[in-house]
Design a protein around this ligand. Structure first.
Ligand code: PNW
Length: 451
């Protein structure tokens, strides 16, 4: 089976960047050669991870990285997005851990040798535990410690990095980690969610300044996730509920970056829930970025609620992935067009998009046609947004391979490559073959045109 796209789609030209993505804690293992992070602690806390697993081994990428990069190259992608484990490259005293730095330099050099662009994320949720012990993202100092980390690492990596993202999905770090308690560090307080969000955004702004100085030739920016919010009915109250949810979950993280302001909803928060914001913070947060990374998986539907203002509704009978997320590609197009209208955006890269599916490896094959179809429809959704004038320059499949899916442990598979965790063998799924064929046929087209 193939992924087919509209005939003259820009996605069929080599101007568009195709990649695959991973994150350190989800694939590396090698827990003994780095600092303990908040996810190690969270995994060791009973009832937090659905299969009671942890990241001690994961995909053993720490040892298998050369094979994994060969696999990435075999797919024919232009780019690989991965993250740096903060506690692997720095020791607890904040000094460089050379062994950890060398691990990533090995990866960066191998990518360069194979002509694959390195998209490096500095923070994909694995905060060193000793920093959490000092308050983590609730402590303003953490933003400055992050800046120092960004400074040291961007100097150590030199000119090897095509693109840096400061943070991956500050919504998840702050809301899921400090407000809803379903991600590390597992705290549950509205004020914590809002305060950690502000410190994460401040950390982004401070690190951006450092990256633009140390690595002016890389494309530097941030990765945000969006779950567009729809009203259950066209009643004014439900429309208002969806708008509030959008401000709270989505605009909260992007508006400070482009408008140097939080959504109006900030003023409606109870005084004890409002974050402490210093004069000048929003100027730091809102400095220009070279690209915006957009992660999209699903949409959400809301209705008005007398007590909470808005409440999410689970729609019965709609198509969903194995993790229960509604499949709604039109929401992807609409989101991209909407963001483009709301803000003065730099080029967009889709830094994550993909689906959890209940894969079965039968006779060495994984016929994940439902995931293949997800990619087909979501790549078409991206193409539709480009046709409507949105400047989108690349797309990364989440994920290269099955991995530790946070609170879901190893129960949910997002890879275009199947991982047998007992043997650590990797097998390209039908979706991976189709993705690869799409990328290669594009190269083929370009070659023909050049003749
Ligand atoms: C993203 N939500 O996480 C992450 O960047 C990845 O590390 C992760 O594996 C992938 O998406 C799939 O989950 C999210 O509840 C986790 O809204 C949860 C949410 C959004 C993104």
């Amino acid at each position: 089976m193939k992924i087919s796209l509209p005939k003259n789609s820009i996605l069929q030209s080599e101007a568009f960047t195709f990649g695959v993505a991973t994150a350190s804690f989800q694939i590396e293992g090698g827990v003994d050669s780095r600092q303990t992070c908040i996810w190690d602690t969270f995994c060791a806390t009973p009832d937090k991870i659905r299969d009671a697993s942890n990241g001690d081994v994961a995909c053993n990428h720490l040892n298998l990285w050369q094979e994994d990069i060969a696999l990435i190259a075999s797919l024919g992608v232009d780019a690989y997005r991965f993250s740096i484990a903060w506690g692997r490259v720095l020791n607890q005293d904040g000094n460089i851990n050379q062994q950890g730095v060398d691990f990533y330099i090995g990866i960066l050099d191998e990518l360069k040798r194979r002509n694959i662009k390195a998209f490096v994320t500095l923070y994909h949720w694995d905060l060193p535990q000793h920093i959490e012990d000092q308050g983590g993202w609730l402590n303003r100092d953490t933003a400055y410690i992050f800046k120092d980390y960004a400074d040291k690492i961007s100097q150590a990596f030199g000119d090897r990095v095509y693109s840096y993202a400061t943070l991956n999905e500050p919504f998840c770090s702050s809301y899921l980690g400090y407000e809803a308690g379903i991600h590390a560090p597992g705290l549950m307080k509205k004020a914590y969610g809002r305060q950690s969000a502000h410190h994460l955004l401040l950390a982004h702004g401070l690190a951006m300044q450092v990256l633009q100085r140390n690595s002016p030739n890389s494309m530097n920016g941030i990765v945000l996730n969006f779950t567009p919010c729809y009203a259950l009915t066209q009643n004014a109250a439900d429309i208002q509920a969806a708008k509030q949810a959008d401000d709270y979950f989505n605009q909260w993280y992007i508006k400070p970056i482009f408008d140097a302001a939080y959504p109006e909803l900030l003023a409606a928060l109870a005084p004890e829930d409002r974050p402490e914001i210093h004069d000048g913070d929003l100027e730091i947060i809102s400095q220009p970025i070279d690209f915006l990374g957009v992660n999209f998986y699903t949409r959400a539907v809301y209705q008005a609620d007398a007590e909470q203002g808005f409440v999410q509704v689970d729609l019965p009978g709609v198509p969903k992935t194995d993790i229960g997320w509604e499949i709604h590609p039109q929401a992807f197009t609409d989101l991209l067009v909407y963001l483009d209208q709301l803000y003065d955006l730099p080029p967009i890269f889709i830094t994550e998009n993909g689906a959890a599916m209940d894969d079965k490896c039968i006779d060495g094959r994984i016929d994940d046609f439902d995931r293949l179809s997800y990619y087909q429809h979501h790549l078409t959704a991206v193409d539709n947004a480009i046709v409507q004038g949105v400047n989108i320059q690349g797309y990364f499949a989440w994920s290269l391979m099955d991995n530790f899916e946070w609170a879901e442990g190893y129960l949910k598979r997002f890879g275009i490559v199947y991982v047998d965790y007992a043997s650590q063998t990797r097998t390209i799924k039908a979706s991976g073959h189709a993705y690869s064929d799409l990328i290669r046929s594009r190269a083929h087209l370009t070659n023909n045109n050049n003749k």
